[in-house]
Design a protein around this ligand. Structure first.
Ligand code: SAH
Length: 513
């Protein structure tokens, strides 16, 4: 590389077409290490959750209305931050060098003699068609692919699209940008001898849960766009390969495709639920309402953990409680045997699993997080009278368990292992998306998700229904005036996913297994 003026470096990173799973490992690594991230409208902003706490996130825009930086300002910003010695990530939709002006940004860095790297991404030009069931090449249908831009500034006559050349070339042609100009573009194509029945597909918001595909031919696609309110961002595929979609449309045929579902869990915990629903095809808005933090009185909790061995039972009511407990435990002790003779109870399968993750056996596991179920299990083991029980739980938890255990003669200590606080940040723009696009359903996985969502005082999107993980959460929802449409029968994430599946699809056989 040229003269290294500073330790700074700029990474021009392809963010892929939208599906979070289509981001490269290298891109994720860059995001995780970045001190400054400059991102666009098209890159899925959810990937910002991989950024370090405290990374500077700069929105460069490109959405109508919002303040956006000009290309010159972006170039200058990248140069400035890199010159200041920062690890800078410039996150761009798709591939940075495919109609993304990444080349210009690289030139600006090169001119300033700054170090940079390019991380190619999956371009919407290929992924878009693929997610619409259209292979861009297919034996017997075409032997070459052309990418072109439909967005040309009229005054720059030198760079105008060469329709004569395109018409002669044939093959598969993928157009980025320019759905707004589809009428003029298809008119030019016809005038240059392209056949009117050449198949065309437009794929909008490709690879995301809100993907939409419009199919037609060069002769009628403009009219179809006009009558269906179809708009940007979309890729257009021209060519006989489009007909393969009839057989190969895999993405839009998944069971929950077209359903928009809000996930309100804390950012760090949302992924299991989001991933399972996404795998079924749902469009997920991750709108975390809470964040997990250490308890207000960490010292008292530490003292209880230190004495854990002196209890007959340690009862865990959530995976978070387990994690907080053992993180503290292994700060205090370096030998697992210090837990002594205490037996371990875990409420719900997810809690039990977290205990197993710490290589401990669960002695008692009520299936349900309702006091009766817990008491019933304890009774099977001879009751709780005079037993010393440590309950590791969230601050301000609402269940009746400690009182009921005490009423049966147990000596109960409550250890507040963590607390949930309202999530105040909205870097991924989830709240804005919910307001603009609405949703079919919102999921609540604890009372605090209900309370904190309601505290945001967002207007309730029309027709948005409520799903709850269990009776305690449902009650809180009802106290807030909500009607619960779905309640999980098993009070954990797989239980909630199963309930949603049934709710949307009816009790059908699961063919995916
Ligand atoms: N570098 C990007 C393209 C940037 S130009 C890439 O490699 O994908 C912006 C254009 O890309 C949009 O106008 C649209 O045509 C296309 N595009 C990007 N993401 C898209 C998506 N998810 N769905 C449909 N089109 C998309």
């Amino acid at each position: 590389m040229a003269d290294k003026k500073s330790g700074g470096k700029c990474f021009l990173v392809g963010a892929g077409p939208g599906d979070l799973g289509l981001v490269t490992l290298r891109a994720r690594e860059c995001i995780e290490q970045a001190e400054v991230i400059v991102y666009d409208y098209l890159s899925n902003a959810e990937m910002l959750k991989w950024a370090q706490e405290g990374a500077e996130l700069i929105y460069a825009g490109k959405t109508a209305g919002a303040h956006t930086l000009t290309q010159e300002e972006i170039n200058r910003l990248l140069v400035e931050k890199t010159e200041a010695g920062k690890q800078v990530v410039r996150l761009k939709g798709g591939d940075p060098f495919v109609f993304g002006r990444g080349g210009e940004e690289a030139q600006a860095l090169a001119a300033a003699r700054l170090r940079f790297e390019v991380v190619p991404g999956i371009t919407s030009a290929i992924a878009g068609p693929a997610y619409a069931g259209i292979p861009v090449t297919h034996r017997g249908k075409n032997s070459h692919v052309t990418f072109f831009t439909g967005h040309e500034e009229p005054e720059k006559s030198g760079t105008a699209i060469d329709f004569a050349a395109l018409a002669k070339l044939g093959g598969t042609q993928v157009m980025l940008m320019g759905v707004e100009r589809i009428e003029a573009i298809t008119r030019e194509m016809l005038a240059h001898g392209v056949r009117a029945d050449l198949p065309v597909a437009l794929i909008r918001w490709a690879t995301t849960g809100r993907q939409e595909t419009l199919v037609g031919n060069v002769g009628n696609i403009a009219e179809r766009v006009a009558t269906s309110n179809f708009g940007a961002p979309a890729v257009a595929v021209f060519g006989d390969v489009v007909t393969l979609r009839d057989e190969l449309n895999w993405f839009e045929n998944r069971p929950l495709f077209g359903k928009r579902i809000v996930v309100t869990r804390a950012r760090t915990q949302a992924s299991a639920l989001s991933e399972q629903l996404r795998a079924l095809g749902a469009d997920i808005i991750e709108l975390p309402t809470i964040r997990i933090e250490p308890p207000s009185d960490l010292r008292t909790f530490a003292e209880l953990v230190q004495d854990a061995h002196s209890y007959d039972w340690i009862v865990f009511t959530s995976p978070n409680g387990v994690t907080a407990f053992f993180e503290m435990f292994y700060k205090l002790y370096d030998d697992a045997r210090e837990i002594g003779p205490a037996r371990i109870a875990a409420i719900g399968p997810a809690t039990a699993q977290r205990i197993k993750d710490f290589h401990l056996k669960v002695d008692l596991q009520p299936e349900e997080f309702v006091a009766e179920s817990v008491l019933r299990e304890f009774n099977k083991q001879g009751g709780v009278e005079n037993l010393r029980i440590l309950l590791a739980r969230a601050e301000k938890a609402r269940d009746l368990l400690p009182r009921e255990l005490s009423a049966l003669g147990a000596i109960v200590d409550e250890g507040f292992a963590y607390r949930t606080v309202p999530e105040t940040r909205d870097d991924s723009g989830a709240r804005r998306r919910l307001l603009e696009e609405g949703a079919d359903l919102i999921t609540f996985t604890s009372s605090s998700t209900v309370e904190n969502f309601m505290a945001l005082k967002l207007p309730w999107p029309e027709k948005m229904q409520v799903a709850s993980i269990g009776p305690v959460t449902s009650n809180t929802a009802r106290e807030h005036g909500l009607t619960v449409a779905v309640e999980a029968r098993r009070h954990d994430i797989p239980g909630l996913v199963a309930a949603l599946r049934k709710f949307f699809l009816g009790p059908v056989e699961d063919r995916s297994r």
